[in-house]
Design a protein around this ligand. Sequence first.
Ligand SMILES: [Zn+2]
Length: 309
Amino acid sequence: MIIDLHCDTILRLWEDGGSLLSNGFHVDLERLVSSGYLAECFAIFTPEENSRGLTRFETMRSLHDLFVTEMDRCKDIVTVCRDASEIESGRLNVILTIEGMAATEGLDDRIEEVFSWHPAIMSLTWNEVNVYASPQSTDEATMRSGLTRKGFELVERAAEKGIAIDVSHLSDKGFQDLMSIDAKVLATHSNCRAVASSTRNLTDEMLRALAEKGGVAGLNLCIPFLHDFSLDDPARCSRVDDMVLHLRHMIDVGGEDLPALGTDFDGIGGRLEIDGAGDMPILIERLEKEFGTAVTEKITFKNALRFLS
Ligand SMILES: [Zn+2]
């Protein structure tokens, strides 16, 4: 079974049209079912600009509307879950997550509206500075800036609703800020900085801190987060070998209850050995060989399920 903590399929459908049931993107419901997914987390990621003349918050709302419409259309196949207690085995379960709250601009009514959608997971930032926090960056000053007062307030309000906070895309200082308070924290789609140097990845210290808090880190299949290829390297590819290295490192540093999956499907490009939800059984077969069945099950769904419970 599989629980994937992150995909950007809703935005792909919003931008390019098509059906969630069956499409040519990385994720559709037919392939989630055939690959044995227990649950997929669908993120609402709101781009700053769009071709429809909408404000950013109108875009965010429109993405959520599309999520609701598509799930309703497919309700014979999927169950939309507000939290893990609603996840049913033998069904395809869907969980709503929010990637970046920039569009709410710190405004109470917008924040309440997003809460009313019942996301299970929320991140404060994507790769931009906003009213809540600063993102991961190669700029050291940005990396040293953490949560704002509004950011701390948002985390507190989210906690009251039982929403977990996602540190993927957050600055290193933002990560430390979250570790210093009582919050349920995970990284939905981030790898190990000791294995691939991208600032989107987590340091060993962060992996240990997440593990100590009972968090999980979702393996991201994006090429630069897996391996330090140069852009013109003909071997540049999202490889299963690298995925194994990251998972092994997560286990070595944070223990076998830390790693999970956060593919980033439909948000990533280039050459992918695991090219969409239909290929996930190939990854699982390899993980079984590398880690054995018990640990593979923790990576592919049990750790995520435990965290969401
Ligand atoms: Zn992302």
